[in-house]
Design a binder for this molecule. Structure first.
Ligand SMILES: [Zn+2]
Length: 342
């Protein structure tokens, strides 16, 4: 591998390649932007120094394939799931999680591998997936995301950070006034990390749960990490979504033909998670549209979804019906309509 123009790239990104690849890195306080054309392929060197220290508690990691682990998050603490992917010389962690969980993972990662965490990918901008960013950075990793994640944070922060800091000690304890953004963003999908052992592809497939939903695809192992674009259970929120587009994004994800689907919340499984999330959204949209067309308001609606949606249907559908109704009757994505996260 050759490195060209490394002197024009500011540290800590001067280990990034690029024979044949145009990498333009612009400094932007407090973060930097990485623009890479499609197909974006980056080969990476490992740092020699392990960055994470040992501790005694135990990770409840499920091995999905050789060097790929699914780490269920504690729902009672609001944590999302994490996925750890082992490369030749380093680890990739999917989602920064909340600060409390990020700290646990940083201290316990040695249970999986002595290799350093080099990259942390934010699947989307929501607090339970990104608010631990700064802790990973302090531990020596580089956080990154699709550009849409950065855009969502600029759109909704620092309001959500400040609201969350009132509710949560792990966020408040960081003493920050705004959400730390991912350090790098990519603009063209897919963005690829590859070495002699594995290839990992990072995709943006369209506006679904948020404007920036990132999917992680391991083509050899046929493993797909979905963030909250697909969850396993009645755990989703629709406020920032595009409900008309979301099922189409899930169809694109299904077209990968994954063997394993690792969701942002709920247990790991297979393509039935993508199908179930999609069908719930389609059925919800159709039911609300039918009654809206009959001039019913959300308060007048009775929405009963088919039995196959049961796993994705919350006990109280009131909020989902109201958001769907708003998108249908205002003729624009729910996330485009002014709203407060609840
Ligand atoms: Zn989440």
């Amino acid at each position: 591998m050759q490195i060209e123009s490394a002197s024009s790239v500011p540290p800590p990104f001067n280990f990034l390649l690029s024979k044949g690849w145009e990498a333009v890195i612009q400094s932007r306080n407090p973060r930097s932007i990485l623009r890479i054309p499609t197909p974006a392929v980056i080969l990476l060197f490992a740092l020699a120094t392990p960055l994470l220290s040992a501790q005694t508690t135990h990770l409840d990691a499920q091995k999905i394939a050789s060097g790929v682990w699914f780490l269920p998050g504690d729902a009672s603490k609001g944590y999302c799931n994490n996925i750890v992917i082992e490369m030749k010389d380093y680890l990739i962690v999917i989602d920064a999680n909340y600060p409390g969980r990020a700290r646990e993972l940083i201290h316990q990662m040695h249970q999986l591998s002595p290799k350093p965490v080099r990259f942390v990918f934010d699947t989307h901008a929501h607090r339970d997936h990104s608010y631990g960013n700064i802790l990973w950075t302090e531990a020596g990793a580089t956080t990154f995301a699709y550009q849409g994640v950065d855009d969502e944070m600029d759109r909704y922060e620092p309001t959500r950070w400040q609201t969350t800091a009132v509710e949560r000690e792990d966020v408040r304890a960081l003493n920050l006034t705004d959400a730390p953004r991912p350090q790098l963003v990519f603009h063209k999908s897919p963005f690829i990390l590859r070495d002699s052992t594995r290839e990992v592809q990072f995709y943006f497939l369209g506006w679904a749960h948020t404007r920036g939903d990132g999917f992680v695809w391991l083509p050899k192992e046929r493993i797909l990490c979905t963030g909250d674009a697909a969850v396993n259970g009645p755990r989703n929120k629709l406020w920032d979504a595009n409900l008309a587009s979301w099922p189409k994004v899930l169809d694109k994800a299904l077209a990968f033909s994954p063997l394993h689907v690792l969701p942002g919340h709920g247990t790991a499984g297979g393509p039935e998670i993508l199908i179930g999330q999609r069908d719930f959204l389609l059925d919800l949209y159709a039911a609300v549209k039918q009654q809206a067309d009959a001039a019913k308001t959300p308060a007048q609606m009775t929405v009963a979804l088919p039995a196959h949606d049961q796993n994705w249907t919350p006990k109280d559908l009131t909020q989902d019906v109201a958001i769907t109704y708003t998108e249908i009757t205002q003729h624009k994505p729910a996330g485009d309509i002014p709203h407060v996260w609840k």
